[in-house]
Design a protein around this ligand. Structure first.
Ligand code: SF4
Length: 59
């Protein structure tokens, strides 16, 4: 939880790569286009998958 809204930690978000086809938070959020990709934290699929491997302790 941030100061007034929930915030996604870009160091821990893999856009669900390695788990699901689409970002789960976007899929389940009832408000359309509420959760968007942060233009200051755009990552390639390879970078996201690398982060997934590190977070899961598979490296
Ligand atoms: S549900 Fe997936 S896309 Fe959404 S914050 Fe978590 S890891 Fe990122």
């Amino acid at each position: 939880m941030g100061e007034s809204i929930f915030e996604i930690d870009p160091d821990l978000c893999t856009e669900c790569k390695g788990h699901y086809e689409k970002p789960t938070c976007q899929s389940v959020c009832p408000i359309s286009k509420c959760i968007i990709v942060d233009p200051d934290n755009v990552e390639t699929e390879d970078e996201l998958l690398e982060k997934f491997v590190i977070i899961q302790g598979l490296a």
